[in-house]
Design a protein around this ligand. Sequence first.
Ligand code: APR
Length: 177
Amino acid sequence: METVSVNQAKIIIIQGDITRQKTEAIVNAANSSLLGGGGVDGAIHRAGGPAILEECKAYVAKYGRLPTGQAMITTGGNLLAKYVIHTVGPIYSKTKAQAQELRNCYLNSLKLAAEKGLKSIAFPSISTGAYRYPLDEAAPIAIKAVKDFLKEKTSIEEVDFILFNDETYEAYVNAAR
Ligand code: APR
């Protein structure tokens, strides 16, 4: 575990399973349909139960598919977390806009949590699985986005990165140093 302080807040980097975290919100690396999938998306829907998918379907029926870089919030269902914030990462294809889109996933998720007055939120490594974003590019973008957000006044006191394997954990620890 690695901890970095930014103003009154902390960034904590942990190797683990995001569905078991006790933060008020956990973030899901979803796709635009919000209908679930594999990876962390599948794990969160499995652990959180059908209430989450119901709210995702209602959202899409009302607002349409969630664009890349945007975020929306649902109940946490059966999870320890009260809320799940779903965001859609970029599918890696070397365009310049992708770094900004990936950065927006973190900033828009944090904005939603702060609007709710939440104190704690946990992120997975967005886009570095099925969406094939290289870890050595994604981790610094993620860490910098969170540090930049925490420089402003906010209700958020703790941002956790929950990483599922050694390689991903090391990439985020290195990016945070
Ligand atoms: N807890 C934390 N991290 C996890 C977990 C978990 N339970 N399960 C997987 N991960 C990690 C993966 O190891 C990877 O490092 O989450 C990271 C993101 O990988 P993906 O889940 O594949 O997400 P992403 O690359 O953003 O691709 C999203 O995959 O599952 C589908 O519906 C999803 O279409 C979307 C796409």
